[in-house]
Design a protein around this ligand. Structure first.
Ligand code: DSN
Length: 441
């Protein structure tokens, strides 16, 4: 056991015991259970873990039963290298239909001239975009990982940082928000071929229009990675980058609430180059079951209830941030405009890692996160990143968010002893029982 300055006690080798006594209808594993009981048991345990804990990981969500069905379908079996109408395999008649459906829906949803739905992930979407827009060694500007950017925006350990000359930009020290004048200054100084905008832990509106102007002035292209905010953009509640960026990339499983996967949107004149960069450039056969699930996700995102869902995601994030603030926590940048709440734990003297572990032990899942100008390395970090997409899908509203904030404070408070932790754990279990996960119900 290792006491930290605040008095928070964290087990360094946690043996987290989940108590799965909720009445969960677990994943549909009947055939699996007969065929492979070990794998089935693990899947059921994961379903129960999700059902009986509060998921505040900002990049996660709960996909609908329809999305899960499409993903677990017969399309798993089909090879389809190539694109609709020009495949390297026969038997692709329905594969073409489903990919065309996904492409058309993505284009309509985001008002894009072209969509590629084959990228297996957000990282591969970015890799394909870079290989279309850049030569190895080119200069690129991207938001520093430690200020909220992404691994593929130039981190030294990633292909992006190894193959391209990334010049990082960050947030303003005082406001902890993007400073567009500074970005412009840097762009005019370095004259990059590309400016990448997008983030994994930035909770404020991104002014894509302004960044488009900056890129134009610097003679650069603009790539917008909207993975985190794609669902909010689709709902019209955050400005869309699609008009301003030469290429926009995304994942489909965060606020967009679809299957795990990538998406690329671009102007018509770049369509063939982007498609060729994905296949045969960096990928072989597309994951057609995931593409079918993306088609379903885009359909769901076009429904009026999806806009309402995103409104609640934003409202819940604001409630969580203001309640944590009211109870003495420091929120990076002073608040949130999206689904993310970045909490700076340095005033409490708690590390992100300790907070993450203490919260997990009581049934609240978050991730440790560096804060801008963090003196601690990423594996320890001074903050935690919270997000509201998953709990909002479950039906949490303002009242539940206020309760969640109080539970977080209780767990992280110096007074949290074993008895308090057990009380919190039971309260979380009760709360979760009232809000079943739609895909598991
Ligand atoms: N790892 C994702 C996140 O958690 O934000 C980004 O790819």
């Amino acid at each position: 056991m290792h006491p930290v300055r605040s008095g928070l006690v964290v087990d360094r080798q946690p043996n987290i015991q989940y108590h799965y006594d909720t009445d969960v209808k677990t994943a549909n594993t009947s055939s699996l259970a007969q065929r492979d009981s070990k794998a089935a048991t693990i899947l059921n345990l994961e379903a129960e873990r999700q059902a009986s804990t509060i998921n505040l990981i900002a990049s996660e969500n709960h996909a609908s039963r329809a999305v899960l069905e499409a993903q677990g379908s017969v399309l798993t079996d089909k090879y389809a290298e190539g694109y609709p109408g020009r495949r390297y395999y026969s038997g692709c008649i329905h594969i073409d239909e489903i990919e065309n459906l996904a492409v058309e829906r993505a284009r309509k949803l985001f008002k894009a001239e072209h969509a590629n739905v084959q990228a297996h992930s957000g990282s591969q979407a970015n890799m394909a975009a870079y290989s279309t827009l850049l030569e190895h060694g080119d200069t690129v500007m991207g938001m520093s990982l430690s200020h909220g950017g992404h691994l593929t925006h130039g981190a030294k350990v990633n292909f992006s940082g190894k193959w391209y000359n990334f010049v990082p930009y960050g947030v303003d020290r005082k406001t902890e928000m993007l400073n567009y004048d500074e970005i412009e200054k840097l762009a005019l100084e370095h004259k990059p071929e590309l400016i990448v905008v997008g983030a994994s832990s930035y909770s404020r509106i991104v002014d894509f229009e302004r960044l488009g102007h900056i890129a134009d002035r610097a003679g650069a292209k603009l790539l917008a990675d909207m993975a985190h905010i794609a669902g909010i953009v689709a709902a019209g509640l955050h400005p869309s980058p699609v008009r301003y960026a030469h290429v926009s990339t995304s994942t489909t499983h965060k606020t967009l609430r679809g299957p795990r996967g990538g998406l690329i949107l671009c102007k018509r004149e770049m369509a063939s180059a982007i498609d060729a960069a994905v296949f045969p450039g960096i990928q072989g056969g597309p994951a057609m079951h995931a593409i079918a699930a993306k088609a379903v996700c885009f359909f769901e995102a076009m429904q009026p209830e999806f806009v309402h869902y995103q409104e609640l995601v934003l409202e819940n994030a604001r409630t969580l941030a203001s309640e944590l603030q009211r109870q003495g926590m420091r929120i990076v940048s002073g608040g949130t405009d999206n689904h993310i709440v970045l909490v700076d734990l340095s005033p409490q003297g708690i590390t992100g890692r300790d907070a993450e572990q203490a919260l997990e032990a009581t049934g609240i899942t978050v991730n440790r996160n560096t804060i801008p100008f963090d003196p601690r390395p990423a594996p320890i970090a001074s903050g935690i990143r919270l997000g509201t997409p998953a709990v909002t899908t479950r039906g949490f509203g303002a009242e539940e968010m206020r309760r969640v904030a109080s539970l977080i404070i209780k767990v992280l408070s110096s007074a949290a002893d074993k008895r308090t932790q057990e009380q919190v754990r039971l309260e979380i279990r009760d709360l979760c029982q009232q809000f079943p996960i739609p895909g598991l119900a």
